[in-house]
Every structure is written in structure tokens, then in C-alpha cells.
Ligand binder design. Structure first.
Ligand SMILES: Cc1cc2nc3c(=O)[nH]c(=O)nc-3n(C[C@H](O)[C@H](O)[C@H](O)COP(=O)(O)OP(=O)(O)OC[C@H]3O[C@@H](n4cnc5c(N)ncnc54)[C@H](O)[C@@H]3O)c2cc1C
Length: 399
């Protein structure tokens, strides 16, 4: 009898978890199914590039997982029943339920309007491919002198504003920051960010909260209006509501609470990785939503699942931070070195070498997804205690 592992979501964390599981466990012992709504892997870290008209390499998931031992199911997950151990999905073949023995929940996240009036109606998002493509169309239609406001000056906002300003030097780009520009960076990183924004002609409005969005402007806490024919909203991510609607223990924001092995604290046969999970990092600080932590979380979960199924030692290396890689258009960047718990240290790499480094990191992450089992050491041990599905267990018990 095979142990059924279902991985939900084929983004950075889900795809990598599925590939690693296939490499860690024997095919005759497990059936690994990867469920994803879209047929292609979406390189979310490049959505600002897609939005300004750059073409991204297509990566069809069918080709990626062919011959790996992972079965791909193209379907939209609509709910998870962790008591019955089933996932409800809708696909071209209709609605159905998939039973599992172990679930890996990696459905990622979407944009977060934070309830600001007008944002959902008028602002653009770059957290998803459809959102980035809509913005791309809108930017392409904007005449010279057109106004763009990027709201939120975190990593995504800074990358979006600089990418737009570099590609469209004829537009009037404003970056709205709640605090000081780059206040989480080292003095060197902060100075470089300010220099590049200045060079690209970006107007930076610091210590400004946006309180409303209209079709042609954003309004700020002090009652001012910033002209914006296009508003790009980048104030963080929100998770899909599926986990919160289940019996899983989640945080107030709907992320699944997991332990150091990425296992749900309420349901031991459920694991969660990537943006969907709330895991603690070094120093007891929550890991932030990022590809940088989603990938090691996926390794951790896959290794822990394989260890538990095969009666081996649990992984002991916890995800940690090394640097923050920030693109500032295609020619500029900042690699901000950080402590294990993500605080900036003095050292930072800037300029073209940083842009090159960031490009290598993005390519490396996509390569890891596109080659989910290549180059990974094979350590397949037999599954010791395959757990029967509830229906089979009931049948066995009554026999
Ligand atoms: C513009 C931009 C730039 C970024 N830059 C960086 C960066 O430089 N460094 C960094 O570390 N992070 C960066 N991030 C954040 C990073 O992209 C995310 O943290 C990362 O993608 C999370 O990975 P994930 O696997 O959890 O989710 P995702 O990559 O979002 O994958 C989730 C998958 O689940 C699928 N899915 C969702 N809902 C359903 C459903 N109901 N049914 C079926 N399938 C579904 C999606 O189609 C997707 O394939 C950036 C994000 C953006 C938007």
C-alpha cells in the first residue's frame, strides 16, 4: 500500500518540496501528487519585470515533473478537510476530492490591500501573473508624463518603482513610504537606494500613509493628493483563505502555525511551507514571506516527512537568513548582508555587481524548481509504517 502525499501549490516552496520528497522516498512506497491551478511555474520574484514588458521564460510544470515520480494535477484547490483528510479540487474534469495520508500546504499568497478604500477597485498588484499582466497593459497605454504611484516601499515596492522608472524614463514615478526610505537597510544600502531613486527621477514621499485610492490619485494621511494615473499596491502579502476555513490552527492572518519541522501544530499529518506557513526563525522571530525562506522551509518539510516515514533522524538545520537581494532595475541592485535573524549588518554590495548577483539568485531559484530532482543526493529508505487511509483502516478494523 502506498502512502499518499499531496502537495498543494507548485510555487517555489511546493514544487521544491515535491521534488525533494520524490528523491527521498521510494516510488513503490509513496504516491506523490502535486496540485496547482496554473499549468506553468510562475516566477513570482520577477513579476515587476513582467509588468514592464520583459518576457519571462515559460516553464510548463508537466515538463518539469515528467519522469520524476511526482504526478501533477492541474486543478484549483477549493477547500481542505483535515479531519476527513481530503482536499476538494475543481479541474477541467469537474469537482472531486483527493484523499491524503500526508498533506503539504504551499498555496502561497496574494496582494494585501489592507482594507484601504479604493485600493481593490483602482490599484494594480504584482503579486500574481494576471495582476502583473494587467499592469503591463496599463503601463503600455500610458503616455509620456503619465503619473505612477507605487504604494509601499518594502522590497517589492522598491523593486517595482525602480523597474518602472528605468524602463519608462518618460513617466513620473512616485514611491510612497510609510517610514524612511530603506530604513531596514545598513547606512551603505540606504544611501545607495536613495542615490538610485534620485538618478531614476523617482519622487520619494517618506513618512506617508496612503488612506485612499481613486482612479487618478492616491490620498494620504495628511489630506494631500498624489496624482496617479496608475497606482501599484505593494504593502505586503495576504494568504488565501483556505487554511483559515479549515480546522487547522492558523494565526490571526490565516497562516498555518507550524513547528520547526514545518508540521502543523494542530494536525500532525499536515505540513505547510512558504508564504502560507507561520514558522519561527532564528531568535524566535517569524520567518517573513519570501522565496529566500520558502525554499529552505520546503527542504525542511520534505526531509522531516521522509525521516518520519522511514524512521530516520529528523533534520536539525533550521532556515536562516544570509542576505537580502534587491534589484533596482536591470543595472543596479543592493545585496544587503544580514544576521541569521534578518537584521542588516554594515556590509552591503551595491551597483552592477549586486544586480548581477541578484540575477544569479533568481535564476538559481527557478533552476531549482525546473530541475526538482536533479543533482540531489538520493537517499531512499523504505517507508516503515505506511498509514492506511481512513476508509481502508475502518474496513480493516471491521474485517
Ligand atoms: C514582485 C515580487 C518580487 C519578489 N521578490 C522577492 C525576492 O527578491 N526575494 C524573495 O525571497 N522573495 C521575493 N518575493 C516573494 C516571493 O515571490 C514569495 O514569497 C514566494 O513566491 C512564496 O513562495 P510560495 O511557494 O509560498 O508561493 P507561490 O510562489 O505564490 O506559489 C503558490 C502556488 O500555489 C498556486 N495556487 C494558489 N492558490 C491555489 C489554489 N487555490 N489552487 C491551486 N493552486 C493554487 C499558485 O498558482 C502557485 O503556483 C517577491 C514577490 C513579488 C510579488
Amino acid at each position: 500500500m502506498q502512502h499518499r502525499i499531496i502537495v498543494l501549490g507548485a510555487g517555489y516552496s511546493g514544487a521544491i518540496a515535491a521534488g525533494r520528497l520524490a528523491k527521498r522516498l521510494r516510488r513503490q512506497d509513496v504516491a506523490i501528487t502535486l496540485v496547482n491551478a496554473e499549468p506553468d511555474f510562475v516566477e513570482r520574484v520577477r513579476m515587476h519585470q513582467l509588468a514592464v514588458g520583459q518576457e519571462l521564460k515559460p516553464r510548463p510544470l508537466r515538463g518539469v515533473f515528467a519522469g520524476t515520480g511526482v504526478e501533477l494535477k492541474l486543478a484549483k484547490v477549493t477547500s481542505v478537510d483535515v479531519d476527513r483528510k481530503t482536499v476538494a479540487v475543481e479541474s477541467a474534469e469537474g469537482a472531486t476530492e483527493l484523499p491524503y495520508d500526508t498533506l503539504v500546504y504551499a498555496l502561497g499568497s496574494a496582494w494585501n490591500t489592507q482594507g484601504v478604500p479604493g485600493a481593490a477597485e483602482h490599484a494594480h498588484e504584482i503579486a500574481s501573473r494576471p495582476g502583473a499582466l494587467r499592469l503591463r497593459e496599463r503601463l503600455a497605454a500610458l503616455d509620456a508624463g503619465g503619473t505612477v504611484a507605487v504604494v509601499g516601499a518594502g522590497l517589492t515596492g522598491v523593486e517595482a518603482a525602480t523597474e518602472i522608472a528605468e524602463t519608462r524614463r518618460d513617466l513620473d514615478v512616485t514611491l510612497v513610504a510609510r517610514g524612511e526610505l530603506g530604513d531596514w537597510l545598513s547606512p551603505k544600502g540606504r544611501a545607495h537606494l536613495r542615490k538610485v531613486c534620485g538618478r531614476l527621477g523617482i519622487t520619494v514621499r517618506e513618512h506617508t500613509a496612503v488612506t485612499g485610492v481613486a482612479a487618478d490619485r492616491v490620498t494620504t494621511g495628511d489630506g494631500a493628493a498624489v496624482p496617479a494615473a496608475v497606482t501599484v499596491w505593494t504593502t505586503g502579502f495576504a494568504v488565501h483563505p483556505i487554511a483559515e476555513a479549515s480546522a487547522l490552527e492558523t494565526t490571526g492572518t490565516g497562516r498555518i502555525t507550524v513547528d520547526a519541522t514545518m508540521r502543523s501544530v494542530s494536525h500532525p499529518d499536515v505540513y505547510s511551507v512558504g508564504d502560507a506557513a507561520m514558522a519561527m526563525g532564528p531568535g524566535g522571530k517569524p520567518l517573513r514571506m519570501s522565496c529566500a525562506t520558502g525554499v529552505p522551509m520546503a527542504w525542511q518539510a520534505a526531509d522531516a516527512i521522509a525521516a518520519r516515514l522511514t524512521g530516520r533522524k529528523l533534520p536539525s538545520t533550521a532556515p536562516r537568513y544570509y542576505n537580502q537581494c534587491i534589484s533596482l532595475g536591470r543595472k543596479e541592485g543592493i545585496i544587503q548582508y544580514v544576521t541569521a535573524d534578518d537584521r542588516a549588518v554594515k556590509a552591503a554590495l551595491t551597483g552592477r555587481p549586486a544586480a548581477f548577483y541578484k540575477e544569479v539568485v533568481c535564476k538559481g531559484a527557478a533552476w531549482g524548481v525546473a530541475n526538482p530532482t536533479l543533482g540531489m543526493p538520493t537517499r531512499r529508505h523504505p517507508v516503515e509504517h505506511p498509514q492506511p487511509a481512513p476508509a481502508e483502516a475502518a474496513a480493516e478494523a471491521s474485517a
